[in-house]
Write a protein that binds this ligand. Structure first.
Ligand code: ADP
Length: 380
């Protein structure tokens, strides 16, 4: 690795922005690459930004040659392209293409989890347009979905056919069908893996998902503590199995806790993740800081990262316009308030514009109740 060169971030959205900020605060040099000169990263770091398409091999190669190591903030670069850039430019990428490839596609993820004996929902790859399970069940686009855009729970034949149309099954797109899990709670946990069996665990968080989007993430679950310990152990044992594979990089894994008491893996992402944003203000090092430090130093420093009692509230746009500002309702005294806007040029209803972290050092407040109130009342 040419260690005197900056770390290269592929992608220019809010995750790239926060990777950059975490690097900057640790004195680590970095550059970013993406298509949009109005993006979060480009607006914040114009002098560190290279404009180019994430599918342009020449531009990617040129960028890669200016970097010591690459990382990425989304799963949208085709894996063969990523592999060729690493080979052509002679620059490593974390996650490496072998780790990354499973997570570009919900079907290959499911196969990967099964191969490593990690329990998940019953699933199959759709072969024809007849419903393979009794209704209701879940239809997922194998590729390209995010924030629930590629997921539909269908209750009858009409909805099933609508989902096939929406996910362009007739045009050859692959579709995954899953049993509809009786979810009691959803959890997420990040891990940093070095591909040699070593692992850093990020905090286990409870996520509140509605309409396919994570609205809140809590560092303390709303379930009784003995139940949470059981869940945390099951999640950890699944993640330990993944640590024994050759996966390398920062990952986030989402889990369902079901009515029958099992913990099923939903999906993974080979990058920083929205559900771990509370580590920015509630932990000794954030998910972003952890990854950049690892890339700069090449070794894992800690085993476990904890989070103080905290909640993260995703701030989606509620209005439309290029001039916008965040207004929050009153928040009880003693709670630390950390709003973060992603510098997007235009606010639009439903667009992810930022997040708000609340940290409660006393541990005495009901952060779910406070989070729900803010979610309803904030203006943006
Ligand atoms: P995305 O990749 O778009 O985030 P996910 O696969 O994470 O999509 O699904 C989004 C949400 O849809 C989940 O957080 C969960 O609430 C719900 N969901 C997904 N799969 C299932 C399932 N098999 N059974 C019940 N609900 C599901």
């Amino acid at each position: 690795m040419k260690t005197d060169l900056p770390i290269g971030i592929l992608g220019d959205g809010q995750l790239a922005l926060m990777l950059g900020e975490a690097a900057e605060s640790q004195g680590i040099d970095f550059l970013g690459f993406g298509a949009d000169p109005d993006s979060s990263f480009a607006v914040r770091y114009p002098n560190r930004f290279t404009q180019g398409s994430l599918t342009d091999r020449t531009a990617l190669n040129e960028f890669a040659r200016r970097c010591s190591v690459l990382t990425l903030e989304n799963e949208f670069i085709p894996e063969p392209l990523l592999r060729s850039v690493v080979a052509d430019a002679g620059v490593p990428i974390v996650p490496d293409p072998d780790s990354y490839r499973y997570f570009q596609d919900k079907i290959s993820q499911r196969i990967f989890f099964e191969e490593h004996d990690i329990p998940g929902p019953k699933w199959l790859k759709l072969e024809n347009s007849r419903p393979p399970f009794t209704f209701p069940f879940v239809v997922k686009a194998a590729q390209g979905g995010y924030d629930g855009y590629g997921v539909r729970i269908v209750a009858n034949e009409t909805e099933f056919q609508e989902a096939l149309l929406q996910f362009r099954f007739a045009e050859g797109r692959e579709i995954l069908i899953e049993e509809k899990v009786a979810i009691v709670r959803e959890f997420a946990q990040g891990v940093l893996l070095d591909g040699r069996g070593n692992v850093v665990f990020l905090p286990l968080v409870e996520t509140i998902q509605r309409n396919g989007t994570c609205e809140l993430a809590l560092s303390r679950s709303t379930l009784p503590s003995d139940e949470v310990s059981k869940i945390a152990n099951l999640v950890k044992s699944s993640l330990q199995k993944l640590a024994k594979t050759r996966l390398q990089g920062l990952f986030n894994f989402e889990f369902f806790y079901t009515q029958s008491g099992s913990v099923l893996i939903n999906e993974g992402a080979p990058r920083p993740h929205n559900s771990q944003h509370l580590t920015i203000d509630a932990s000794s090092i954030s998910q972003f800081g952890l990854l950049m430090k690892y890339l700069a130093e090449g070794k894992l420093q800690t085993r476990e990262i904890e989070a103080a009692p905290s909640v993260m509230i995703n701030l989606l746009g509620k209005s439309k316009g290029s001039v916008y500002s965040l207004t929050l309702p009153a928040i009880p005294e003693g709670i630390q308030v950390f709003p973060k806007l992603y510098l997007k040029k235009e606010c639009r209803p439903g667009r992810k514009m930022g997040h708000l972290n609340l940290v409660d050092p006393s541990g005495k407040n009901d952060l779910l109740e406070i989070g729900e109130k803010i979610l309803k009342e904030y203006q943006l």
